[in-house]
Ligand binder design. Structure first.
Ligand code: 4EZ
Length: 230
């Protein structure tokens, strides 16, 4: 089993790469793919660059070119749910695209014909995450994560996404990775640690907490890798 781990930004994968036993870099499609060995197991790690298009490209390449059979995403997100504080972890039970809009034709937000508003993540991987969380004695929230090509730093937008998609957090890559993995029949999992609360202070909070929250997510993902192979 070859596992892919995707982050959006360098800061999201650096804490993963620093724990690898060996790393080989391959350049492909304007990006770098890190083929790594971790506790004797093969991983392929990449940061996609920010947004739905880059993350869809990276997920596709990891599966089609590198032969990865499972995709895990590790990174940070803006909180919608007031239960989520900076540094808290959330796993997606489903992913939707909050910026997808053909409502002019009577369709719901997030829907296009032959697509789905909400794509569920792999149930077994969610169970593994809960086991890891209970072993580590940490709280793990589960909920819908809304994805869009926007950094949300506005309470009105945040409330709209909350109401429209019943989402608990938002970011910019989860749903696009979900679309690719779903189409290709690859089990996938999206983990995020909160870096901000998507309000007017989101930009400043993001800059302050990106590194620390990215590390919280990365550490958890590697514990999950151990559990997947156990
Ligand atoms: C996107 N990521 C943010 C990238 C920001 C700045 C150079 C996660 C994220 C996020 N996305 C954290 N907080 C967010 C928010 N409030 N809105 C959207 O996945 C790059």
């Amino acid at each position: 089993m070859k596992i892919a781990i995707i982050g959006a930004m360098r800061e999201e994968i650096d804490p993963l790469l620093s724990k690898m036993d060996s790393v080989i870099e391959t350049q492909y499609a304007n990006n770098i793919y890190y083929e790594a060995i971790y506790n004797g197991k093969k991983l392929v790690i990449a940061y996609s660059k920010i947004g739905k298009v880059f993350s869809a490209l990276t997920a596709t390449i990891l599966i089609e070119k590198f032969g990865c059979q499972m995709v895990l995403f590790s990174g940070v997100a803006g909180a919608i749910s007031s239960e989520l504080k900076i540094g808290d972890l959330i796993i997606a039970d489903g992913l939707c695209q909050h910026d997808l809009d053909i409502t002019a034709f009577g369709h719901p937000y997030g829907y296009v014909p032959e697509g789905e508003v909400c794509i569920p993540t792999d149930t077994k991987l969610r169970e593994i995450a809960k086991k890891v969380a209970s072993n580590k004695g940490i709280a793990l929230k589960e909920g819908i994560i809304a994805t869009g090509d926007q950094f949300v730093a506005c309470s009105d937008k945040k409330s709209w996404v909350a109401e429209t998609f019943k989402a608990s957090a938002l970011e910019m890559e989860g749903a696009s990775v979900a679309v690719v993995c779903n189409a290709l029949g690859i089990p996938f999992f999206i983990l995020r640690a909160i870096s901000d609360t998507a309000n007017d202070e989101a930009g400043m909070d993001f800059d302050t907490f990106l590194e620390s929250s990215a590390k919280i997510s990365a550490d958890f993902i590697l514990d999950m890798v151990d559990e997947i192979y156990a």
